[in-house]
Design a protein around this ligand. Sequence first.
Ligand code: ADP
Ligand code: 5GP
Length: 215
Amino acid sequence: MSSRTDTLARRGLMLVISSPSGAGKSSLSRRLIAEHDHLGLSVSCTTRAPRPGETDGVEYHFVSPDRFAELIAEDAFLEWADVHDHRYGTLRAPVLAALESGRDLVFDIDWQGGRQITDRAAEDAVRVFILPPDLPALRARLQGRAQDSAEVIERRLTRATEEIAHYAEYDYVIVNDDFDRAYEQLRRIYQGEQLRRRRLPGLDAFVAGVMAGRV
Ligand code: ADP
Ligand code: 5GP
């Protein structure tokens, strides 16, 4: 059912989702994107190699270390960081275009990126941290995902506590124990944040119209 308020212009938001690797942020984000037409994934650049099943331009833009360095020199990144021995970064131009056209983006980025986005675009950012219920569950999920070698999994687990230590820099924290429950919490955060007054530049005109009896 549509209503008059559906036509209100809205500025897009940046849904920054961080967690230790394996806590479930990709699964939660994928479902949120699949269920919301105006929400897409911010596709980062990375210097790591594609995993089986990953496609250039879909999960990531896979670039060489030299190309990544050029993009840094051109100031093309909204944020970038070294994570797990590789470089990851968010290109600025597609993000700004999306926000201006009222589209929302999910950012699957680490705490370093979350911090840089807060410094540069705090008004547009909504930061959500996903916690695992405990470390054995995190290990089991990384093993169950069957994408990484035992050695890579051990490194990700070592880094998990470092990532978790930054949970207090986020606006919202979700414990992903039961997936459906965690998803419902994320959906409510996203839908509530869309209604923030500062994201509705058409509101003044709308209210003026209400007052004047035009709507
Ligand atoms: P991340 O993106 O944070 O690295 P993923 O979304 O890839 O994590 O999830 C890691 C693995 O854990 C995947 O195999 C996923 O299906 C599984 N998973 C995610 N959430 C849950 C949950 N609540 N309970 C059990 N398994 C989960
Ligand atoms: P993966 O290699 O498993 O895809 O990602 C490893 C880590 O890099 C994850 O914690 C993910 O959130 C983070 N990451 C992915 N893209 C970016 C990015 O553009 N910027 C930052 N800062 N971190 C990223």
